[in-house]
Design a protein. Structure first.
Length: 379
């Protein structure tokens, strides 16, 4: 579930550091600065203070510190709550940087204490005429084109499999719908950073019951999942199936038109691993079907696809990091192998030690992936 609209559960235990990122805090206003360098964001449970709200076009770094008591998220939104960049699950006392490329325009900087609701919002103005990094760097331009092809292929498959899944639901074929549920979600999970950038659609498609805002109807994959596995029925699910397919088709159409930057790709690759740590490893994501490992693998595959598209540029900037990334991606897939079956994965009912072991290997991958944005941002 990801840009990710405050829907994530927090992983229990210090072993899985991915879940602990940083939040929006207040206690003291952010320090004044000279207009250069990172923008300091001080986040509490009730405020989101930026050291400045005017930045130059091009690449900006937001250094987010959470001095509150709640887990938080930090977003930069364009019009319509389109996510330009975000960091999630920032634990109390922790700090995390967001590196994002912003063209001239008006934005909102948003903290979400508790990772719910519309968040604490403030204006952010970007001025200047710096050219987009991808237009200056041939390797980054090539990376964006390559990744866009991947997104388009996954979006087409997402629509096809969701059509099959929702048709089975409407036909009352519980067995077929159960079989298609994790397959359909695989394509969603691979492209979550792109899908979630269309903020209004993500909660409609992928919210869990505890993530739904009061007064908002619960819809999407997990609403149908509950019916399939808890009541073993599709009764009353036709309208949710229709809505899910309509929303997926909208995501697919928008995905074909979206223009991604190399920094968005790098941040998305890290965001997908945050997804694994906060939902899949814990078993919170697919809590009725226990098909979490399908989502787990898809998130990692999506992260790897973004990194692979960036690989030529990374190789010229930091070849040692590329080697480390290759090694650590392999380690995650190897850890998943013990849970595989001939046609997918075993139901995910892992013990706490097993969850910690999986979390540790994901942490091992997340650390080098978190370095990619900084490497890409270098001129």
């Amino acid at each position: 579930m990801s840009a990710l609209l405050g829907r994530k559960a927090v992983i229990v235990g210090a072993t899985i550091g991915l879940a602990a990122l940083s939040a929006c805090a207040k206690s003291e206003p952010a320090a004044k600065d000279d207009g250069t360098g990172p923008v300091s964001v001080k986040a509490t449970d009730s405020a989101c203070d930026l050291s400045r709200r005017d930045v130059k076009s091009g690449t900006s770094t937001f250094s987010v510190s959470n001095t509150g008591s709640k887990i938080t998220e930090f977003y930069v939104y364009a019009d319509g709550d389109r996510v330009m960049g975000e960091v999630e699950n920032i634990g109390p006392g922790l700090k995390r940087d967001l590196i994002v490329e912003l063209p001239t325009g008006k934005y909102q900087a948003v903290c979400k204490p508790g990772m719910v609701g519309d968040g604490i919002r403030g204006d952010l103005t970007v001025t200047g005429d710096a050219p987009a990094q991808t237009s200056e760097d041939a390797l980054l331009k090539q990376a964006a084109v390559s990744y866009q092809r991947y997104i388009n292929s996954q979006a087409v498959a997402l629509e096809q499999k969701t059509t099959e899944f929702t048709a089975a639901v409407k036909a009352g074929d519980v067995a077929k719908a159960k079989a298609l549920y994790p397959v359909s979600r695989t394509y969603w999970e691979r492209i979550e950073p792109v899908a979630e950038s269309f903020g209004d659609l993500d909660p409609k498609i992928d919210a869990r019951v505890n993530d739904v805002e009061p007064g908002t109807e619960w819809t999407g994959y997990h609403r149908i999942e509950q019916a399939l596995w808890v009541t073993n029925s599709t009764k009353g699910m036709a309208k949710y199936a229709d809505q899910l397919l309509a929303d997926v088709k909208t995501v697919v159409a928008r995905s074909k038109a979206v223009k991604l930057t190399a920094l968005q790709m790098a941040n998305g690759a890290k965001g997908l691993l945050d997804e694994v740590a906060t939902g899949k490893v814990t078993g919170e994501e697919d809590r009725y079907s226990h098909t979490d490992l399908w989502d787990f693998q898809a998130n990692v595959e999506g992260s790897q696809a973004a990194i692979q598209a960036l690989r030529p540029a990374l190789q010229t900037r930091d070849a040692a990091l590329v080697t480390q990334l290759d090694t650590n991606f392999k380690a995650v897939f190897t850890a998943l192998d013990k849970y595989r079956t001939a046609d997918g994965f075993k139901p995910y009912t892992a013990s706490e030690p097993e969850k910690k072991a999986l979390g540790a290997v994901v942490d091992g991958l997340a650390e080098p992936v978190s370095q990619v944005a900084g490497v890409i941002a270098k001129k």
